[in-house]
Ligand binder design. Structure first.
Ligand SMILES: C[S@@+](CC[C@H](N)C(=O)[O-])C[C@H]1O[C@@H](n2cnc3c(N)ncnc32)[C@H](O)[C@@H]1O
Length: 131
């Protein structure tokens, strides 16, 4: 007998499940620890990204948004940073931190970076972070 399974239409359904489950909640709760683990890389990351005033930055897989907020500060009041992530608990943390830190030129999109329908906007997008 052949068993037919319905083809999965969402390409990253497993990632969506993982990052909205216990793993995502764990990362959100332990954000400071994970930031400390990767913080040493930030100097090299931002040296390579060369974000200057007025830049528009897209941070793919932004998690709790620490990198997104650094990018937004570098972009200054005439620039902006957008973080996209598939995890609702991590974006909840990102938005709370953004409000607490009063960063005003950051926004977040809950979605799959592979399939999200980003607006076609500008020639100045520059990648600032990666998962
Ligand atoms: C290892 S964490 C890194 C988070 C953040 N960049 C940081 O440095 O703290 C990977 C992140 O990628 C996100 N992610 C995984 N697949 C994704 C996808 N297809 N679209 C958007 N975000 C995704 C996860 O939800 C998670 O927040």
């Amino acid at each position: 007998m052949t068993t037919h399974t319905r083809p999965e239409t969402r390409p990253n359904a497993r990632q969506e499940e993982l990052w909205n489950g216990p793993i995502g909640r764990h990362w959100a709760e332990q954000q400071d620890r994970y930031d400390a683990m990767s913080g040493d890389l930030n100097g090299r990351l931002f040296a390579a990204a060369r974000i200057s005033g007025g830049a528009r930055v897209l941070d793919i897989g932004c998690g709790a948004g620490t990198i997104t907020r650094i990018a937004a500060r570098l972009a200054g009041p005439d620039g902006q940073a957008v973080g996209v992530d598939i995890s609702a608990p991590l974006l909840e943390r990102a938005r709370a931190r953004t409000a607490a830190e009063a960063v005003t030129n950051v926004s977040y999109v809950l979605g799959d970076a592979q399939t999200h329908d980003f607006p076609r906007a500008a020639s100045t997008w520059r990648s600032a972070g990666a998962a």
